[in-house]
Design a protein around this ligand. Structure first.
Ligand SMILES: [Zn+2]
Length: 162
């Protein structure tokens, strides 16, 4: 499975959000245990969480797709520390979600579309590489970015027509 394959799963989640009349953003968390000494993989990567934006449905300001997916991943691993995890999300994370990525010590975040209004992993802030913080993580922007952005544009165009 490539980054694009996992982003397709995140896009499935985003479409599920649109069906619920939520802003279509989706996320998955992939876990690959790594031997800390050798940096070798100890097992095949696997999807341990998947979620979509549920802010309206749950009336929860923290109901962002990647936030919910990271909470699920922590429950699945029975640990707050998400070392070995990559978070795939269709839209660039906000400061809250980037903050949770920092707190959870994730290895990587792969996102689709950049967010000019709230993006905290390169656009407005660079939370992942701020050296004042005690954990930095890798970011891969723009994976299937056009497809992720098109889904958002279509949703808002539909809203405006209503
Ligand atoms: Zn967020």
């Amino acid at each position: 499975m490539t980054d694009e394959d996992y982003m397709r799963l995140a896009l499935e989640e985003a479409r599920r959000a649109a069906e619920l009349d939520e802003v279509p953003i989706g996320a998955v968390v992939v876990y690959e245990p790594i031997d800390p000494a050798t940096r070798r993989s100890l097992a095949e990567p696997r999807v341990i969480a998947r979620a979509c934006n549920l802010r309206e449905t749950t009336r929860d300001p923290a109901g962002h797709a990647e936030f919910l997916a990271m909470k699920q991943a922590a429950a699945e691993l029975d640990a707050w520390r998400l070392t070995g995890c990559t978070v795939y999300v269709t839209l660039e994370p906000c400061i809250m979600c980037a903050g949770l990525m920092h707190q959870a010590r994730i290895d990587r975040c792969v996102f689709g579309a950049p967010d000019p209004k709230a993006g905290a992993l390169g656009t407005l802030y660079r939370v992942n590489e701020d050296e004042r913080l005690n954990h930095n993580f890798e970011v891969v922007p723009g994976v299937l970015g056009d497809e992720c952005a098109a889904l958002l544009r279509a949703f808002f165009a539909r809203k405006r027509r209503k």
